[in-house]
Design a protein around this ligand. Structure first.
Ligand code: UT7
Length: 375
């Protein structure tokens, strides 16, 4: 266990992905690219796109409710809800507040966490601190993103990478052995403008000029981010393991942020760690930012890649540049994944918007809706 206080274990996990699929072949019709280029440079084959009625809060709520069911808890057993996201429904109120209402929780504190793609790992660390100190017993940590709403679908350097999804975990106090063993978080502002979204904040409020310049879309220096990612993921992983008193041979499965398979392979190479013990699902979902680690965790556990007693390393990096790693010993029964199966979007309802409803679906993808509707 890291630090003093009570043990902290993952007792629930869950995810949600929208049904619409955007393939590499689809992107070939939109920008100058090819399936061959995207697969060889990123490992991505397809990604999911949230439908017009879906938002970060609605997807987060389904993933969260699934994680609560897997944990065998009721929504009101949750003391704190943390949502890691860079695409909140609104700058305020927090997406976590909307999620609290949507899952029917009446008593939790709720807040968002801005650490970009490291948002879930930062949320895990925050939840751990609350539980270990006795301030909370059960915390719902969610990573959720609707990146399609801030992606420039004319920019081939970014639009091939990103997708929409949500993933969640319930962390609970427990005196049994195992659970969280070591945590490391870092932030390196030297890379602050490698990945950023220039307009819409206090430095550059949204105006017609920022809109015309496309400053409401994500911008990225791809190769600089790539190099820093491989270096930071490696050093953060080693520090978390050191704090846990573990070495790399003790790790059964690494679940890294799914940004690019070449970054993941670069991490494995730099640590001299076998790829057979690294979980990869970037091929199906692309980079889903804060959702990527909990989505991969839920899939790894549900598909039988994780056994009770396994030592896992969760590791992420993102804009900031933030990075975080968690070393933990898995104690929950993976078969409990089945409890999530009965829960779907119909089980949550996000507070209706106060303003007249506006379809937030990206105009560049309107054709995808027609295809999904069979038109
Ligand atoms: O969660 C964190 C978020 N960000 C990341 O993780 C991104 C990290 N970076 C990357 O994944 C990679 O840098 C990319 C996939 C974005 C780009 O791959 P790369 O191997 O670093 O390519 P590059 O940027 O060095 O570009 C190589 C060439 C360029 O053409 P020229 O200048 O050599 O003629 C690009 O214009 O590839 C071109 N290019 C493309 N070609 C076809 C860039 N994007 C595309 C594309 N299709 N989609």
């Amino acid at each position: 266990m890291t630090g003093s206080g009570r043990g902290v274990h993952v007792t629930g996990w869950g995810s949600y992905v929208p049904s619409q699929v955007l393939t590499n072949a689809d992107l070939e019709t939109m920008v100058e690219t090819s399936d061959e280029w995207i697969v060889s440079r990123t490992g991505i084959c397809e990604r999911r796109i949230a439908g017009p009625g879906e938002t970060t809060a609605s997807m987060a709520a389904v993933a969260g409710l699934r994680a609560i069911a897997v944990a065998g808890l009721k929504p009101d057993d949750i003391d704190l809800i943390l949502v890691g996201t860079l695409t909140p429904d609104y700058p305020m109120p927090s997406t976590a507040a909307l999620v609290k209402d949507a899952i029917g929780n009446k008593r939790a504190a709720a807040m968002d966490l801005a650490a970009a793609c490291s948002g879930f790992v930062y949320g895990y660390a925050t939840a751990h601190a609350y539980i270990a100190s006795g301030m909370a017993t059960n915390v719902l940590v969610i990573g959720a993103e609707t990146l399609s709403r801030c992606t420039d679908f004319t920019d081939r350097g970014t639009c091939i990478l990103f997708g929409d999804a949500a993933g969640a975990a319930v962390l609970s106090a427990s005196d049994e052995p195992g659970g969280t063993l070591g945590i490391e978080l870092t932030t390196e502002p030297a890379g602050a403008y490698y990945i950023w979204l220039p307009a819409g904040g206090a430095a550059r409020p949204a105006t017609n000029a920022t809109l015309a310049a496309g400053e409401h879309y994500m911008k990225m220096k791809g190769s600089e981010t790539f190099r820093m990612a491989v270096r930071t993921l490696g050093s953060t992983s080693l520090k978390a393991l050191e704090k846990a008193g573990l070495g790399l041979p003790d790790v059964d499965l690494v679940i890294p942020h799914q940004a690019n398979v070449r970054i993941i392979e670069g991490l494995a190479r730099s640590l001299d760690f076998p790829m057979e013990r690294v979980f990869v699902n970037v091929d199906h979902y692309g980079n889903t930012s804060a959702a990527s680690v909990p989505l991969a965790l839920a899939e790894a556990v549900g598909s039988g890649r994780v056994k009770q007693g396994d030592r896992l390393l969760l590791v992420a990096f993102g804009a900031g540049l933030t990075s975080g790693a968690i070393a933990l010993q898995w104690t929950a029964d993976p078969a409990l994944s089945a409890r999530a199966e009965s829960i779907g979007p119909g089980d949550v309802s996000v507070l209706p918007g106060y303003l007249e409803p506006v379809n937030p679906f990206p105009p560049a993808l309107e054709w995808l809706l027609k295809r999904s509707a069979g038109g």
